[in-house]
Design a protein around this ligand. Sequence first.
Ligand SMILES: C=C(O[C@@H]1C=C(C(=O)O)C=C[C@H]1O)C(=O)O
Length: 435
Amino acid sequence: MSTAALPTPSDPAAAPGTPLVVRSVPLEDPGPLLALLPAGLAASEVVSWVRRGEGLVGWGVAAECRTRGPQRFAEAQDWWSAVAAHASVRDEVGLPGSGAVVFGSFPFADDSAEEARLVVPAVTVGRRGSRWWVTTAYAGAGASRLPVVAPAPAPEAPYDVAFADGAQEPVQWAGSVAEAVRRINRGDVDKVVLARDLLAVARRPVDARWVLQQLAARYDTTWTFAVGGLVGATPELLVRRDQGLVTSRVLAGTIRRTGDDVKDLALAGGLARSSKDLEEHEYAVRSVADALAPHCSSMNVPESPFVLHLSNVMHLATDVTGVSADAVSSLGLAASLHPSAAVGGTPTAEAVALIAELEGMDRGRYAGPVGWMDRSGDGEWGIALRCGRIDDDDPRAVRLYAGCGIVAGSVPEAEVAESDAKLVPMRDALTATAS
Ligand SMILES: C=C(O[C@@H]1C=C(C(=O)O)C=C[C@H]1O)C(=O)O
């Protein structure tokens, strides 16, 4: 694990490990959250967790931690507990997300070459309902200067983007799906989620702010996130812990939209009755309910799913809720839920091994938990889906990912089409032009 409390403009000489000084104050409405992100930042300096105009955005780095391997969640938790315990916090707002807050994004696999990224931004702006605030964080002594919080110049569209196949071409990936179906029929696993990647390369660095704004405008029921250069809009909330209430939105079972509302309504009805999709969904709900049960005193697991409509696809969805029965943080809950059967499979260990065998790629932080947490451990963690990773070293390059739950009844060509539909949000965000 490498940790560092990086210098900020207010304290250029801050030494690693210096306690953080954090202050939150109320703000007048400064304009849409995503419009406040300053221009000229590296993608890795931008954080976002925004849904329907509410949530958090941040920039700069007051403290950060990187870690990898099977202990990545525990190490991240230990680092944040120590940072939070030593921080000097003055919170004049007192809402979820005010005060000291950390953002994080974790690799899917224990053996990923990618690191988990934890960051406490130098500046965080939050909105909950009609209340706004700004939080500053810096390492070391020195006077806190309140930053200017105002809409920044609009980002430019990515320039001349070309797409190339990733680890497997669609035909090859269809072969991997067919092999997964054979393994399921042989009894190796009940369900496995297979993903594919795509490489987008622009002629100029991609501005994370552009991607975030495009995604938020089109997918208003999703959480628009950015942490450590991973940018996307996920419809799936792995877990929220908010003052003792635990919530998870489980998705599994998907159908593409046609764009014709009448047809889509009929398709939604078909999805809600499809035994293949209901089976796939049931595995995902079970895996979440089983993982949360030890941490909850009472739970509500609805018997049948509802259909969640997004602009590109519709999903079977179930909101599981519970009352927290222990002190496990939202990150601890996310760690015990990961990987749920929505992105891994059933049984978990066998499915994860099959993913490593058949996908032929490192998922990086795709399909891993992404979100934020405060000092009390409350926070929100989504599953990093419908996303891309802007390359740290070459910000013209973005790797996109999408996956599909495979069960006995899956048809390879249909899964290729479903994965294409799941790539649409990021593809569109990268190829849209300024209006
Ligand atoms: C794996 C992805 O999505 C997951 C798989 C789904 C499915 O197979 O129906 C639906 C929602 C997500 O839980 C993805 O978007 O990459």
